[in-house]
Design a protein around this ligand. Sequence first.
Ligand code: FE
Ligand code: FE
Ligand code: ZN
Length: 279
Amino acid sequence: MLTIGTHMSIAKGLAKTAENVVWMGANTMQIFSRNPRGSNYKVYSKQEIEAFQKIRKENSFGALLAHAPYTMNLASGQERVYEFACTVIREDIARMDEIGMENLVFHPGSHTGIGIERGIENIIRGLDQAIMGKEKITVLLETMTGKGTEVGARFEELKAIRDGVKHPERIGICLDTCHVFAAGYDIVNDLEGVIKEFDRVLGIELLKAVHLNDSMMPFASHKDRHAAIGEGVIGMEALLAVMRHPLLKELPFYLETPLDDQGHKEEIRMLKEELGRKI
Ligand code: FE
Ligand code: FE
Ligand code: ZN
């Protein structure tokens, strides 16, 4: 079974969003765990959560993904920024676990000058105060482009974070096709080599989700600009090869392409047709 969905707005509530997933011909979704640029979040009523669970069950949704806010920087050396990030990740792991999301992904962060090692130490400490070890949810580190002082553009950095935490069994990886390509992993000409490298450094079993995006920026540019599938420099064939790969094809795929709901619906239809697969 193919598991595919897009990043969805939850402005109209969880249940309505799940209905929208069905309308889109999808069977999973990514949502923000809270306002992506602020700090506030909605408290969902019991009825809302139950209605949402019912729809996902009736439609056999695959693993669901929550995305932590962009303003959260666990690698920061600035106390206020860091404390805020620690609070957000702690609250959102608990909140998203409680509503039954399988995974929560976050950007490891930017060290903003304190150096990659200290940035990684901060991330590890931040995760340790947030993960109790009894959660069902898995926390995913996203592969990044490496713009500025961003941590997580190299598989080795993600490995160092996972190895450093008290509960590595709760940590997995989300591979973003746009980000890895811009980071210098050539999924266009050497997908097999990139997967081998991932497996060598991290272990392929840690890969829990794929962000499926084309890239507006060239290979190894360290710039993060998503394009619709087939409209960027990665291209349709290379992205289909990712989705067809025997080690990746059963993973959940999440589109984060710059399209509206109607555009995403069409993109999903086109991918299913190209792959000859159903949800
Ligand atoms: Fe992301
Ligand atoms: Fe992403
Ligand atoms: Zn991105």
